[in-house]
Design a protein around this ligand. Structure first.
Ligand code: NDP
Length: 450
């Protein structure tokens, strides 16, 4: 039956490889669930869960600083709202298309379910490239984007947040336009600034959560992150705060990257060096290559498109914390990681490992956490931001961090327990897919064929 559903999806949307990949992984995990729950088969939950409830695509015209008019494409995928309002980020990147946003929205459904908070799954964005644009161009683009998106979102309907290319600046411009159009001050977006309804720890949450998850996995082997050598990819929001938390827990970070290449600092990053990177990336919006000119001993390696592997993943280490983009670890990279004795992979980016890479990790029996579990701290803290907005109050930094930490502990526990219950002990991918699915499937079953 799973094969038939998969084939139907392929013939319906043949040109969406990332979406196929995400669906395949989840469907392949669900065989043991369907054996125990024939009611899900009877209600055809699988065919329904892989079909978006609604897809919105729209034109986003905007004017650059020289007066030239440009047109980009905007999207919002409202994937599943069985357990709460749609929730998921917006991505602004030239690679954005339906396949990428559908894969992200699909993953989001299971991730949000794992957080235990009442949030459905969605994702959106645009093929707009923020790189090299002035602040006023970014503002005009965000305003035009929200002019249309505002018809489809709302605090109890669909609550977007940031993702690649969408950080605090973009959320601010989007929020301002929503407020003006709707004449209401509500929690329609998360990741807001602290002066207008944001939550402390939200910027840190995905990276911190990713490291908390790694810490929990290591705990099962009576180990800690103290002294562990870590590879981080990316140098954006998730990577910066994964690095910060890993450093606080005593790990040694030796790599970070951007789309141009990676830096290897064998001396390890310090909190001071990380502050320099934050300023470089968030304020000056520069390239990671500059790090090698700034700090002695660091080596910059530009991306080489002729290589069939990423040399970042061939650096000696114990732990890998991918935090850049999808499919950034292929089969060969996984082989390199394993050959260099990496035995913890906690994913911060969404679907960073290809199916071949995951197969290698699972075969090798290492501590491998899929993004939908280990990067769920971001959306979980967005859920906490929504609660604070509804209550019209703010929790302290310590309160939010404590809640984030306990949510990550609970997601880890749920994945481990579910994997065990279904006969796959230690397999966090099976645990995450099954546990995430069960809650949504149950809600869909109870709500009838809608
Ligand atoms: P940012 O835009 O802040 O940073 C992205 C980083 O990854 C940058 O260093 C960027 O380099 C690099 N990158 C992006 N695309 C590519 C590419 N195609 N090849 C190589 N490097 C690339 O995004 P985030 O940190 O927010 O997101 C990173 C990942 O984490 C994404 O997969 C996202 O979906 C996921 N995620 C994010 C959450 C969040 O709360 N922000 C929540 C859960 C998951 P450059 O600067 O050169 O573009």
């Amino acid at each position: 039956m799973i094969e038939k559903i998969y084939e139907e999806m392929l013939s319906r949307d043949p040109d969406q490889p990332e979406f196929h990949q995400a669906v395949r992984e989840v469907l392949d995990s669900l065989e043991p669930v369907l054996e125990r729950h024939p009611e899900f088969v009877e209600a055809n939950i699988l065919s329904r869960i892989i079909e978006a409830e609604r897809i919105i695509q729209f034109r986003v015209p905007w004017t650059d600083d020289d007066g030239n008019v440009h047109v980009n494409r905007g999207f919002r995928i409202q994937m599943n709202s069985a357990i709460g309002p749609y929730k998921g980020g917006l991505r602004f990147h030239p690679s954005v298309n339906l396949s990428i946003l559908k894969f992200l929205a699909f993953e989001q459904v299971f991730k949000n379910s794992l957080t235990t908070l009442p949030m459905g799954g969605g994702k959106g964005g645009s093929d707009f490239d923020p790189k090299g644009k002035s602040d006023s161009e970014i503002m005009r683009f965000c305003q035009s984007f929200m002019l249309e998106l505002s018809r489809h979102v709302g605090a109890d309907v669909d609550v977007p947040a940031g993702d690649i290319g969408v950080g605090g600046r973009e959320i601010g411009y989007l929020y301002g336009m929503y407020r003006k159009i709707r004449n209401e001050f509500t929690g329609v977006l998360t990741g807001k600034g602290m002066s207008y309804g944001g939550s402390l720890i939200r910027p840190e949450a995905t990276g911190y959560g990713q490291v908390y998850f790694a810490r929990e996995m290591l705990k099962t082997r009576d180990e800690t992150l103290e002294g562990k050598v870590c590879l981080i990819s990316g140098s954006g929001n998730v990577a910066q705060f994964a690095a910060e938390k890993a450093l606080q827990l005593g790990a040694k970070i030796v790599t970070m990257s951007d789309s141009g290449g990676f830096i290897h600092d064998p001396n390890g990053f310090t909190l001071e060096k990380l502050e320099w990177i934050k300023e470089l990336k968030n304020v000056r919006r520069g390239r990671i290559s500059e790090y090698a000119n700034q700090f002695e001993g660091a080596i910059y390696t530009p991306v080489d498109h002729n290589l069939d592997y990423n040399p970042l993943w061939a650096v000696d280490a114990d732990v890998a914390l991918p935090a850049a983009t999808q499919n950034e670890i292929n089969g060969k990279d996984a082989e390199n990681l394993l050959a260099n004795n990496v035995y913890v992979v906690s994913e911060g980016s969404n679907m960073p490992s290809t199916p071949e890479a995951i197969e290698h990790f699972i075969e090798a029996g290492i501590l491998y956490a899929p993004g939908k579990a280990s990067n769920a701290g971001g959306v979980a803290t967005s859920g906490l931001e929504m609660s604070q907005n509804s209550m019209r109050m703010n929790w302290t930094r310590e309160e939010v961090d404590e809640k984030l930490d306990s949510i990550m502990v609970s997601i880890h526990e749920t994945c481990a327990r579910t994997a065990e219950e279904y006969g796959y002990p230690g397999n966090y991918m099976m645990g995450a897919n099954i546990a995430g699915f069960l809650k949504v499937a149950d809600a869909m079953l109870n709500q009838g064929v809608v």
